[in-house]
Write a protein that binds this ligand. Structure first.
Ligand code: SAM
Ligand code: SF4
Length: 341
């Protein structure tokens, strides 16, 4: 028993007011909560043309269950929550849910990740909550390339949402996954959005989360950076925030960033905990689930019991993404939409 409790006890000492601390002493203050695995796009690096084997609706956490998860996580010291998916806004009730958890005492930052499809008309409601930021996924500014990558002709929709987000004064980051042979020609046009817009445009290394185990090579962070340096005004390094290394291009209003997710450059400071739409707890993107909340929620778990489950799920967290991946019993054939991004 003493051995089981040791990491958590050490964690409390190292994490201050955070009670979710892993054996390396990293305090997990950031929860990424997926509210659905379903989506209105079919991005090639995320899922196949037919989508996924969608989780049956009865096995998706209800809004009440999700709210309990957030409440308990915030009670344990989580300060930032990101709502994601699948596409979070294809589920009915996501905006009402955001408004409810916004009111939870102790939650400092509430943000969302979306592909923006069909969201433009609802941006006013997001701003009224308010959310603290929106990450908008946008892999191409060319209509054909957008269609090729996402298998849906929805670029105009996505751009309308970008306009609406900026008009509403929301903080926006644009995220683009760079996939060899698909959208490298989009890197510079996307980065150029930051010349006149007050946004950060971030380029993400493609990771092996397309549901097929395929590893995309060809555009590691170092090459993306060299490409940006070769085509933009001089870049000044601004340092890292979270997972992104940020840069200021001379004369640009916004910034550019690079997220070395596949190189796993930021594991030593990773403060993220993920809960999937079916209630699995993941302390690393590359690892397997280390807990499953759904059965306990459905059998009426108290906040205290749920807190123990969450603490247990981080008590044996691996040191980094390579160790997590190495410890998997099953091959890494999962979709980012099922994990929650
Ligand atoms: N549907 C929303 C969206 O696309 O923004 C939210 C969920 S999506 C799974 C979250 C993020 O994961 C998006 O920025 C997406 O581009 C990224 N993503 C999905 N598959 C990926 C992969 N294989 N490698 C890197 N990033 C990926
Ligand atoms: Fe859907 Fe986002 Fe996956 Fe694209 S990346 S298929 S938008 S969940």
């Amino acid at each position: 028993m003493a051995v089981v409790l040791a990491p958590a006890a050490r964690g409390r000492a190292e994490g201050g007011d955070c009670h979710l601390v892993d054996p390396q002493g990293r305090a997990l203050r950031y929860l990424r909560l997926s509210v659905t695995d379903r989506c209105n796009l079919r991005c090639r690096y995320c899922m196949g043309a037919a989508g996924l084997d969608w989780v049956p609706r009865a096995e998706i956490l209800t809004w009440e269950e999700l709210e309990q998860v957030v409440r308990v996580a915030v009670g344990l010291g989580v300060r930032k929550v990101r709502i994601t998916g699948g596409e979070p806004f294809v589920r009915r009730g996501t905006i009402d849910f955001l408004a409810r958890i916004r009111r939870l005492p102790g939650l400092e930052r509430l943000v969302v990740t979306t592909n923006g499809v069909g969201l433009a008309g609802r941006v006013g409601r997001l701003a009224a909550i308010p959310v603290d930021g929106v990450n908008l996924s946008l892999d191409a500014l060319d209509r054909d390339r957008f269609l090729q990558m996402s298998r849906r002709d929805r670029l105009a929709d996505c751009l309308a949402t970008l306009d609406a987000l900026l008009a509403a004064g929301l903080t926006v980051k644009v995220n683009a996954v760079v996939v060899a042979g698909m959208n490298e020609a989009e890197i510079v046009p996307l980065a150029e959005l930051a010349r006149f817009l007050p946004i950060e445009v971030r380029f993400i290394e493609a990771m092996p989360f397309g549901g097929d185990g395929v590893r995309h090579t060809g555009w590691p962070a170092s090459r993306i950076l060299a490409h940006l340096r070769g085509h933009l005004p001089p870049l000044t390094e601004l340092g890292a925030t979270g997972t992104a290394m940020r840069y200021q291009a001379a004369g640009f209003r916004g910034q550019v960033g690079i997220i070395a997710g596949e190189s796993r450059a930021f594991c030593s400071t990773c403060d993220r905990l993920r809960v999937t739409a079916r209630g699995e707890v993941k302390s690393c993107l590359y690892g397997e689930a280390s807990g499953w909340l759904l059965p306990r929620l459905r059998s009426g778990a108290s906040d205290g019991e749920l807190a123990e489950l969450l603490r247990g799920a981080v008590a044996h967290r691996h040191a980094d993404g390579r160790a997590s991946e190495g410890a998997r019993r099953n091959r890494l054939v999962v979709s980012m939409a099922a994990i929650g991004g």
